[in-house]
Design a protein around this ligand. Structure first.
Ligand SMILES: Cc1ncc(COP(=O)(O)O)c(C=O)c1O
Length: 442
């Protein structure tokens, strides 16, 4: 055992006072020889260190993460093959082997989106990054943009588009309902000169599925582009970017594709890239400027050029998820999601629960919103499911907060065993909170 000299102690004390951070977790001491540093103690008699902070007093054992079933609105539980891909050796982001993986990822993204758009890539970041990149490139200050608002994601787009200088015209409908062709036509006629119309294909805050048929053509006839959020639909719900004439389409990796969050699909039609090429102003974001990042993805056959360090492991995982989607076939994946949603609806009805979206045609199969019955505290059910079953469902968001539970059936989770487990667990939870008193057959 060593001991502090009085002078050392005083010196330390003065330094600590000077920096004003003399807390238990940030002691100034030499931790080099201090085997007990995990407890945050300064060992006796150590020399004072040049470091301002000791390591935090938390365990340095290899990470331990509980296995949970993620059936909220996202992220969804990835397939083990997808997780495994993330553990592959790291390649450099400019290595030819990685370029090949990027090429494959793009090709499968085009298949998933059903498009031949050359401007198809994965944006570094979550869905919001793709959302911002889409806006940054296609919206110029002063552009008139009609934004369909029937939940939080339309609301968010009004904010993001306005930040990029758009003149935003909100087009609203009640949460839990969708826009008709006539609604969009009326909004365009009322607002001549509109450059872009935005709608959310799968509104995860309310559980609606926006019909897209005819909207692209309608927008084009009026000289506008159609901009669509497919974060909760790509890979899980019929989506045909070219056939439906969609111009600006972004998504997420962590929903129906079943990859971890962090690499977000984006595709732009030739009309959208022409709008970008005709800009009078520079894209305000360097990171998201497609003129800068496009060549890194080889968009339009451009020579590969460094822009930012690619999210290598995330791309592996997205590639793997897309490969699995291609193996299954897009139509089979869409049908699987719908079948699982139908089974869920049936089981929920037997439990005496009601769906928030009244019109069956407007129900989003990948995220179901369930009305919280009167007298039940919404938070008790997700808490019970998590504690007893390690199963995640979520409460409402934005306009549905406190009113619904949201259940995601996306990607690897869209399979019978998950739906049956969820229904059994939900029955248990509803009995626990006193909603179900007698035995009901699920
Ligand atoms: C429909 C929709 N759009 C956008 C987002 C934003 O995506 P992220 O959270 O990955 O940034 C989400 C996320 O839940 C979403 O459900």
């Amino acid at each position: 055992m060593h001991s502090f000299s009085r002078t050392t102690f005083l010196n330390l004390f003065v330094v600590c006072l000077a920096v004003g951070k003399a807390t238990a977790s940030s002691k100034i001491c030499s931790w080099e020889n201090n085997k007990d540093s995990s407890k945050g103690d300064c060992a006796d008699g150590m020399e004072s260190s040049k470091l301002k902070y000791a390591p935090p007093s938390i365990s340095t054992s290899p990470i331990e993460v509980p296995a949970k079933i993620l059936m909220g609105p996202g992220p969804s539980t990835p397939h083990p093959r997808v997780l495994q891909a993330g553990a592959a050796p790291l390649l450099g982001h400019m290595h030819p082997e990685f370029f090949r993986i990027m090429d494959d990822t793009q090709a499968w993204l085009r298949y998933g989106f059903q498009t031949s758009n050359t401007a198809t890539l994965a944006v570094s970041g979550t869905g919001h990054a793709a959302m911002e990149m889409a806006v940054a490139n296609t919206v110029e200050p002063g552009d008139q943009v009609i934004v369909g608002v029937n939940g939080i994601w339309g609301e968010r787009m009004t904010d993001i588009a306005a930040r990029f200088g758009a003149k935003v015209i909100p087009m609203e409908t009640k949460p839990g309902t969708v826009f008709s062709y006539e609604d969009v036509k009326a909004a365009l006629e009322k607002n001549p000169g509109t450059k872009i119309v935005f709608v959310v294909h799968g509104e995860s805050s309310t559980g609606t599925l926006q019909p897209l048929a005819g909207l692209g053509k309608l927008c084009h006839e009026q000289g506008a582009l159609l901009f669509v959020d497919t974060v909760c639909t790509l890979g899980g719900v019929p989506l045909n970017v070219d056939a439906d004439e969609l111009d600006i389409v972004y998504s997420g990796s962590q929903k129906c594709l079943g990859a971890p969050p962090g690499a977000s699909p984006l595709t732009l039609s030739d009309k959208a890239t022409a709008k970008l090429a005709a800009r009078k102003t520079k894209v305000q974001s360097y990171y998201f400027d497609l003129n800068e990042v496009g060549p890194y993805w080889g968009v339009g056959g451009a020579a590969r050029k460094y822009h930012h360090t690619g999210m290598v492991s995330n791309v592996y995982q997205l590639r793997e998820a897309l490969a699995m989607l291609a193996e299954e076939g897009l139509e089979a994946a869409w049908a699987r999601h719908q079948q699982m949603a139908d089974r869920l609806y049936e089981g929920l009805k037997q439990l005496g629960l009601e769906l928030f979206v009244e019109d069956p045609a407007a129900r989003l199969p990948t995220v179901t919103t369930i009305k919280v019955p009167k007298g039940v505290n919404w938070a008790d059910v997700p808490a019970f499911l998590m504690k007893k079953y390690k199963l995640e469902i979520a409460g409402g968001l934005g306009p549905t907060a406190g009113q619904v539970w949201r259940v995601g059936i996306m990607g690897f989770n869209a399979q019978p065993r998950n739906i049956e487990l969820l229904l059994v667990a939900l029955k248990d939870a509803l009995t626990h909170v006193g909603f179900l008193k007698d035995e009901k057959v699920v």
